[in-house]
Write a protein that binds this ligand. Structure first.
Ligand code: UPG
Ligand code: 3PG
Length: 285
């Protein structure tokens, strides 16, 4: 599954951003310092503040949704724009998705890149340290973790983490993306079911964590809804790795270890082609 891109492999950072004028400039500047990065793309998802101008001033390429379409849609737009800027005949850029609110700490997503460049993982996912002021009780996180584990056998530490580096091939296999806040959960299931290798990587990041106030609870309600839909859509379509064909030992499931869900995954993501009635079709929403 994993290939070995050249050392010259280029990386595009894609930053979905909605009303992030306060932090986007610092995030863009930090992203530009990540090794291998030659393109920082901000997708302004219908912001009502100065996000697009602040991002441009900080050196990003900016595209904009005229109306808000949600994070997953911004990621798809970003990936399409990067593809248009990839050089014909050269390797497609790796995609490094990061949130707009990381500010200076965005550079600490750098460790996500080397395993994908080296080909030991097709998708890396950041594991963040405990965040000051975070007010969650782990309900949405638990829902996403359980959904991924039921479908693939993988126990994700931080299933909602949106800081992810992946190959173009892996991204394409995971599209269309699950809507809104279900995007990470759906992507992880689709990648593992398609035979790709994922790896969690500890990264020293700080973001604006949701508090335990009304806004925070409403946000978690929307996350719960979208994660439920992403899991449900895959369950209905039978997108899962059959228990009898699951591979890696649960003992291997910890940050820093690449994980592949199939014991006998066919090469190059072709596990998504039906072989048995239990094997899924393509990962569509
Ligand atoms: O309609 C929207 C809303 C948000 N965003 C951007 O999406 C990112 C994540 O949003 P945020 O408000 O920071 O959400 P959190 O709850 O803090 O996000 C956690 O949980 C999400 C999944 O529910 C993941 O996408 C995030 O990576 C993870 O940090 C930020 O860059 C936002 O600007 C959009 O592009 N469009
Ligand atoms: O605050 C968070 O970590 C997310 O909003 C998820 O909430 P949770 O605590 O219910 O998993």
């Amino acid at each position: 599954m994993t290939s070995s891109p050249a050392r010259s492999q280029r990386v595009a950072v894609v930053i979905p951003a909605k009303d992030e004028a306060e932090r986007i400039a610092a995030t863009v500047r930090a992203a530009r310092a990540i090794p291998h990065v030659d393109l920082v793309l901000v997708v302004d998802d219908g912001s009502e503040d100065d996000t697009q101008h602040a991002a441009r001033r900080a050196g990003a390429v900016v595209v904009r949704h005229s109306v808000n379409r949600g994070k997953a849609s911004a990621m798809e737009t970003g990936a399409s724009v990067v593809a248009m800027r990839d050089v014909e005949g050269a390797a497609a850029r790796l995609l490094l998705f990061i949130d707009a609110d990381l500010a200076e700490t965005a550079v600490a997503t750098s460790p996500l890149v080397p395993p994908v460049v080296a080909g030991t993982a097709d998708c890396t996912i950041a594991v963040l340290p405990p965040q000051p002021g975070a007010g969650g009780r782990g309900i949405v996180t638990g829902l996403a973790r359980k959904g991924i584990e039921r479908a693939t056998g993988w126990h994700a530490t931080q299933p909602l983490s949106g800081q992810r580096c992946l190959t173009r091939e892996a991204f394409d296999a995971a599209t269309p993306l699950a809507r809104g806040w279900g995007v990470e959960t759906g992507m992880t299931i689709d990648l593992l079911v398609s035979g790709f290798t994922v790896q969690e990587v500890p990264c020293d990041l700080r973001h604006r964590a949701s508090k335990n106030d009304l806004a925070g609870q409403l946000h978690r309600g929307a996350q719960y809804r979208d994660v439920t839909l992403a899991i449900g859509a895959r369950r209905v379509r039978g997108v899962r790795v059959p228990t009898s064909r699951r591979g890696d030992n649960p003992a291997r499931q910890r940050p820093g270890r690449p994980y592949r869900a199939w014991s006998d995954a066919p090469a190059e993501g072709s596990a998504a082609t039906p072989e048995t009635p239990e094997t899924p079709t393509s990962p569509e929403e």
